[in-house]
Design a protein. Structure first.
Lengths: 327, 327
């Protein structure tokens, strides 16, 4: 990414942070606002709110008018992380204790609830003739995210999940929030209905590619960049896109071997290499890369309806960054 | 209450139920929508949405146009019960297992989240020029409810709570949602700003009276009507309005005795009668009744700005019902 663009993005990130903190700056009750502020100051890429700002700029809007909507998006993202971490019993997030680990579950439930309500409060305050439409779309897509999370939890208790079910789940859990960000940028930026539709398509495809690539990088990512063990999904027995693809396309004997690895505790480096061998045999690694590339191609095509602006340029670069990312 | 009014209220209750279920009628994922439907079909008085409909009618609006807003209010109330039950480790609600007891905590967190988001979805769909103002007020007051819940949980871990802190807490946790219902009825029913202000006042005072009376009835209610043991708050060591009043107004010796009962396990009928004796000594029972009556008087005064309609009549009767209730 060009240096000037990188600087702009950094300034935007800081503005989003400041805007979120300005909304939740109450001192009392400290037992509620301290964990809320903790949750929103954990860093992170801020990819979702940045997409909203970029699509707003792409349709000719001043990003300054969109920072509240961007903050609302990040508040929802943070809400979902706080509650997901409770459900997944995760005690670390971005190198710090999760909210329920730092305080307790009750506080984490309540802090998450309140972040979600603040997101609606912030979004509904946006001075735009489209504010009510934005709130409607916001609610619809967050319902989709909840549905995706419900499928994800339900899949944990099932032995087999069809790849179609899995892609539907990540389309809801990850895709819908990405689609929402992109669409809101156009909607509040007063773009055309066609631009709105294409922005949504870009977000859905990008979110999908992003999630499948997460699954891929867990197995083939470089450990030093990833900051976590290679194969950690596999060690937890998670049904990722790769595993499900292999189970759907492998011979009965190969599936039997794969299930054995999934149920085995304490997989070592050699086991993981063997799994990668099996996934190569089924064509899974190649097919996964193709699925990611196809989604990114669709996302790129969705940009064609937008005028050639620096913002469109950055949105295009984002796709390259995702395609090339190693971690 | 007059028979005709009672019949009208019963019909409204059914309409609210039907409207809620119509919004959350998705079949998949069943792991999400089944607990959501379970949570909203537990019965209950529907007092909050009924207040919204009554205030709407009091300013000349057709209740038919307000059922969605009323359903949104009840969805929020149900969301808060589902999450509060997790935080309070309660396994029974209205005679049935709570959502987290029937399924598990993860599902209850997610079902509560989704009910909350549906509330915003339903409210934002109301075809009214005031829809966005309604969403803003909705979010602000639900934030108040979250703050009230945070204080309530924080008080559990404190040995002393000032009565002023306690009344502030119930003003947030109970009063704000009541105020919201009443105000939304006027706002969406296109009443005047003065009517909006007075409706809010009615709700705040009614909610306050309702909560303090809950505390009172726990000690002096008739067991067969209450459907639970008399003194159950006391047995759990809860700091109710009555306990805090007595601690603030009793002699050091009386406070010592009261603390002893609060920390004692397995209180019997005789202990409870002794506590009632202490609360009589400090003038607490009398003062509590006065506080409730004063709040209801303020609520009654707030009705004066409204024209004399059957709806205003029912809102007035509601205050009498609260004053006279035995359980």
């Amino acid at each position: 990414m060009k240096e000037a663009n990188r600087l702009k993005i950094d300034v935007w990130r800081e503005s989003i942070d400041r805007r979120m903190l300005a909304w939740i700056d109450s001192q009392e009750p400290a037992s509620l606002y301290e964990p809320m502020r903790y949750a929103v100051t954990a860093g992170g890429k801020k990819l979702r709110p940045l997409l909203l700002l970029l699509f707003g700029e792409a349709v000719g809007s001043d990003p300054e008018t969109l920072f509240d909507a961007a903050a609302a998006i990040e508040l929802v993202h943070d809400f979902s992380l706080v509650h997901d971490d409770i459900m997944d019993h995760d005690s670390l997030r971005r190198g710090r204790p999760t909210v329920h680990a730092q305080w307790d579950e009750s506080i984490a439930i309540l802090a998450g609830d309140c972040l979600l309500v603040y997101a609606f409060r912030v979004l509904s305050s946006v001075p735009s003739p489209h504010a009510i439409a934005a709130v409607q779309r916001f609610a619809e897509d967050i319902i989709g995210v909840c549905e995706g999370q419900a499928y994800d939890k339900a899949f944990e208790n099932r032995d087999s999940v069809a790849i179609k079910e899995y892609t539907n789940m990540i389309g809801l859990k990850t895709g819908r929030l990405f689609a929402l960000c992109c669409e809101l940028g156009v909607l509040l930026g007063q773009g055309t209905p066609e631009e709105q539709k294409q922005a949504r398509q870009y977000g859905l495809q990008l979110g999908f590619a992003f999630q499948v690539q997460d699954d891929l990088l867990d197995l083939v990512g470089k450990q030093e960049i990833l900051g976590k063990d290679v194969g950690s999904d596999l060690k937890e027995g998670k049904k990722t896109f790769l595993i499900l693809h292999a189970l759907e396309n492998g011979t009965p004997e190969l599936c039997r071997q794969l299930y054995a690895f999934l149920h085995q505790k304490n997989l070592d480096e050699r086991d993981i290499q063997q799994v990668i061998g099996l996934l190569t045999e089924t064509g899974t690694l190649q097919q996964t890369k193709k699925v990611i590339a196809d989604a990114l191609t669709k996302a790129r095509a969705a940009l064609e309806v937008f005028r050639l602006t620096p913002a469109r340029g950055i949105l295009s670069e984002v796709l390259e960054l995702v395609e090339e990312r190693q971690a």
